[in-house]
Design a binder for this molecule. Structure first.
Ligand code: GAL
Length: 633
C-alpha cells in the first residue's frame, strides 16, 4: 500500500513547493492529490485559463518522484460562473437557493452547469492527460457532501419529469404504480408532477422513492460525463471518486461501476461523534474511533468497484467539523493506516499536508502545522511507511461472510422509518460489528453480487427485493439470515400481494401479519436478549427457533434460511453469528473489547482500539492501546 497526502499548492508561496515535495518523499509518501478545488485559479476569468502555476506545481511534485492524483474542480464553481447563471445552484427542500461562499453550490440537473463542467474537465484532461506524473484522476469531490444530492430546482423538476416519462411511459401507469387515487393525487400528464417537497403533510412515499432514484441517477450521469472525457484524453490512468462515511444518498454501486478505484474519506473520530453511537461508546472510543467505523467503510467500498479501492483522505489529527474534535491517541493515525492496508487498500492519503491558517478549515490538523513544523501525525506516517515496507504488498481475499448492502434499502427505510430509531445504516453496521467482534472478515456486497463463494450470507434488511435475488438465495446451501422488513415493499413502494416478506415467503416459510415499532427505552424481555425498536407478528407453520418471554416468535429457520422478525440487539446478533458460523464450519475468535482482527492473503493483523492495554488470547500477548500485531498467516 502506498501513502500520500492531499496538497493545495495554490494555498502556499511557490517557493515552498519544492521543499514540501522533498519533505513528502522523505516522509515515505509517494502520492499527492491536488487540484480539486482550484477552479478560480485555473480559470480566473471566463474562458481565460491560467495553466502556468499548475504546470509548475505538477512538474515540481513529479520531479521529487511523487505521483499525482489530479482532481477536477467541479465541486467549487467560481463566483463569476454562478453570477453568469444564477439558477445553477441547488434549491433546498425548503425552496431556498444554496448560496455562494463555501462549496458544492450546484445542482446536478442543471444543463448549463454540466456543460461548464464538461468544458473545464476537457481542458484539464487535454492539458494533463498524458503527463507522466499523473497516475489517477479524481472526479469532483465527495458527491453529496453538505446535503447536496437532492435539489428541488426548476432544472431538477424538469429532469425528473423526463425521467418519469421514460420509467412509466404514460401518466396512468405512474398513477397506478404510486397509488395516486389516494387523496386525489392523480396526474393527467408528467408535466403536472413536481418534486415531492413543500407538501402540506408527507408526500407519497412512492413519489419520494422515485425522486431519490432519479437524484441518484443524476449523480451517476454527472460523474459519467467526466469519466468519459478523462478516459478519452488520459488513457492508462485510473479514475476515482472519493466517497464519504455513513452516506447513502446516492447509489455508490452505480457510480462505482464507472470508475476504476473507489476511494473514501476516513475520519473515524468525527464519524463517531456525529452518528448514532451511544454516549458510553463515544466516551470509550473518544480518541480511537469505534473499532469498526473505518473497517466497515473499507469493506463497503471494496465492494463498490471490483475490489480496487483506497483511502483518499485520512484523518491526521483533530478535525474542525464535528461537535467535538479530539486529538487521536498517539499511534492511532498509524493504526488506521495499517487497518486500511489489512483490508487491501491500494493507498492511504492523509488530509492534508499542511494545516491552512486561513478560511473554513483553519482548525483542521495536517501532517504539518501552519508554520511548517511537523504535527503529531508526521511521525505516525513515517512509522506506518516503515511497517508497510516490512510487510510488503497485501491483497484482500474473499471473506467467509457476505453482508448485503443496498442503497435503495437505505432510501426506503429513510422515507418510511415507521419508528424513528429504525436506521438502516445502524442496522447494517451492528451486524457488521457483531461479525467483526468474533474475528470474522466480511465482504460488504451489493445485491447484484455473486454470493456463491461465501460461507455465510447476512441480509440485514432488503425491503425491495431485486429481480432474481430470492432465486439466488434459494440456490445457496449456506446459512443465510434475512432481517426484519425484508421483502416488505414492491418496487413502487407498496405492500406486496400476499404480504411481507413478499418474494421471500416461500424461502422463509413465514408471513408477516403485523408490524409495530417500540419507543426508545422500551425493551421487552426474551431469553438472553430483548425486543427493542421493532417487532413483527409472524404466521408460520414453522415452530420459532427463538421466541420472546411472552412466547411470540422472533427467529424462524427454514432449512438454511433464517428470518429474524425483530430489530436484533447485540446479544441476539452475537447468538445468530455463533449459530451460523457453527453451521458453516467457520472458526470464531474470542476477542476482548476493542480488539479486532483482519486477514489479508498473507498476514493476520490484530489491532487494539481500546484506550487500555488488552490481553489477546489468540496471540498470548498484551497489546498496548492504539497498537497492532502483524504476523504471517
Ligand atoms: C472532506 C473533504 C475535504 C475536507 C475534509 C475535512 O469531507 O473532502 O475537502 O473538507 O473533509 O475533514
Amino acid at each position: 500500500m502506498k501513502l500520500g497526502c492531499c496538497y493545495y499548492p495554490e494555498h502556499w508561496p511557490e517557493e515552498w513547493w519544492a521543499d514540501d515535495a522533498a519533505r513528502m518523499a522523505a516522509m515515505g509518501l509517494s502520492l499527492v492529490r491536488i487540484g480539486e478545488f482550484a477552479w478560480s485559479r485555473i480559470e480566473p476569468e471566463p474562458g481565460q485559463y491560467d495553466w502556468d502555476w499548475l504546470d509548475r506545481a505538477i512538474e515540481t511534485l513529479h520531479a521529487a518522484g511523487l505521483k499525482v492524483i489530479l482532481g477536477t474542480p467541479t465541486a467549487t464553481p467560481p463566483k463569476w460562473l454562478v453570477d453568469q447563471m444564477p439558477d445553477m445552484v441547488a434549491i433546498d427542500e425548503q425552496g431556498r437557493p444554496r448560496g455562494f461562499g463555501s462549496r458544492r453550490h450546484y445542482c446536478f440537473s442543471h444543463e448549463g452547469y454540466r456543460a461548464e463542467c464538461r468544458r473545464i474537465v476537457t481542458a484539464l484532461a487535454e492539458r494533463y492527460g498524458q503527463h507522466p506524473g499523473i497516475v489517477m484522476w479524481q472526479t469532483d469531490n465527495e458527491y453529496g457532501c453538505h446535503d447536496t444530492v437532492l435539489s428541488f430546482s426548476g432544472a431538477a423538476a424538469a429532469a425528473f419529469r423526463d425521467w418519469l416519462a421514460v420509467r412509466y411511459g404514460a401518466p396512468q401507469a405512474l398513477n397506478e404504480a404510486w397509488g395516486n387515487v389516494f387523496w386525489s393525487m392523480e396526474y393527467r400528464s408528467f408535466d403536472e408532477v413536481d418534486p415531492p417537497h413543500l407538501t402540506v403533510t408527507e408526500a407519497n412515499p412512492a413519489h419520494w422513492l422515485d425522486y431519490r432514484r432519479f437524484a441518484s441517477d443524476q449523480v451517476a450521469s454527472f460523474n459519467r460525463e467526466q469519466v468519459d472525457i478523462i478516459r478519452a484524453h488520459s488513457p492508462g490512468r485510473d479514475i476515482t471518486h472519493n466517497f464519504m462515511g455513513f452516506f447513502t444518498e446516492f447509489d455508490h454501486h452505480d457510480v462505482g461501476r464507472d470508475i476504476d478505484v473507489a476511494t473514501w474519506d476516513s475520519y473515524p473520530l468525527g464519524f463517531l461523534e456525529q452518528f448514532w453511537f451511544s454516549d458510553a461508546e463515544k466516551a470509550a472510543y473518544f480518541r480511537q474511533g469505534h473499532p469498526d467505523i473505518a473497517a466497515f467503510h473499507h469493506d463497503l467500498y471494496r465492494g463498490c468497484s471490483n475490489g480496487r479501492w483506497g483511502v483518499m483522505e485520512q484523518q491526521p489529527g483533530p478535525v474542525n467539523w464535528a461537535r467535538f474534535n479530539p486529538a487521536p491517541l498517539p499511534g492511532m493515525v498509524a493504526l488506521w493506516t495499517l487497518e486500511a492496508c489489512a483490508h487491501g487498500a491500494e493507498f492511504t492519503s492523509y488530509f492534508r499536508w499542511r494545516q491552512a491558517p486561513f478560511a473554513q478549515e483553519q482548525m483542521h490538523a495536517g501532517l504539518l502545522r501552519p508554520d511548517s513544523s511537523e504535527a503529531d501525525a508526521a511521525d505516525e506516517a513515517r512509522a506506518a511507511a516503515a511497517v508497510l515496507q516490512g510487510i510488503g504488498p497485501q491483497v484482500a481475499v474473499i471473506a467467509p461472510v457476505a453482508l448485503v448492502f443496498s442503497y435503495e434499502a437505505a432510501w426506503v427505510i429513510g422515507i418510511q422509518p415507521q419508528g424513528r430509531s429504525f436506521r438502516y445504516l445502524e442496522l447494517v453496521f451492528e451486524a457488521y460489528s457483531a461479525l467483526r467482534a468474533k474475528g470474522l472478515d466480511v465482504d460488504i456486497v451489493s445485491p447484484d453480487a455473486d454470493l456463491s463463494a461465501y460461507r455465510m450470507v447476512i441480509v440485514p434488511t432488503l425491503p425491495i427485493v431485486p429481480e432474481g435475488f430470492a432465486e439466488k438465495l434459494a440456490a445457496l446451501d449456506r446459512p443465510v439470515l434475512l432481517g426484519p422488513r425484508s421483502g416488505s415493499k414492491t418496487a413502487s413502494f407498496c405492500i406486496p400481494e400476499g404480504l411481507a416478506p413478499g418474494p421471500f415467503r416461500d424461502l422463509t416459510g413465514v408471513t408477516v401479519t403485523r408490524v409495530e415499532s417500540l419507543r426508545d427505552g422500551i425493551a421487552e424481555p426474551a431469553e438472553g436478549f430483548a425486543v427493542t425498536r421493532w417487532r413483527e407478528d409472524v404466521a408460520s407453520d414453522l415452530a420459532p427457533e427463538l421466541s420472546d418471554s411472552a412466547g411470540r416468535g422472533v427467529v424462524y429457520a427454514h432449512e438454511n434460511i433464517r428470518y429474524c422478525a425483530i430489530w436484533p440487539d447485540r446479544a441476539l446478533l452475537a447468538r445468530l453469528v455463533e449459530w451460523m458460523a457453527g453451521e458453516a464450519g467457520v472458526e470464531l475468535l474470542d476477542l476482548p473489547e476493542g480488539i479486532r482482527v483482519r486477514r489479508s492473503a498473507s498476514h493476520v493483523f490484530t489491532f487494539n482500539y481500546a484506550a487500555a492495554p488488552a490481553h489477546v488470547p489468540h496471540l498470548g500477548e498484551t497489546l498496548a492501546p492504539a497498537s497492532w500485531h502483524i504476523a504471517p498467516r
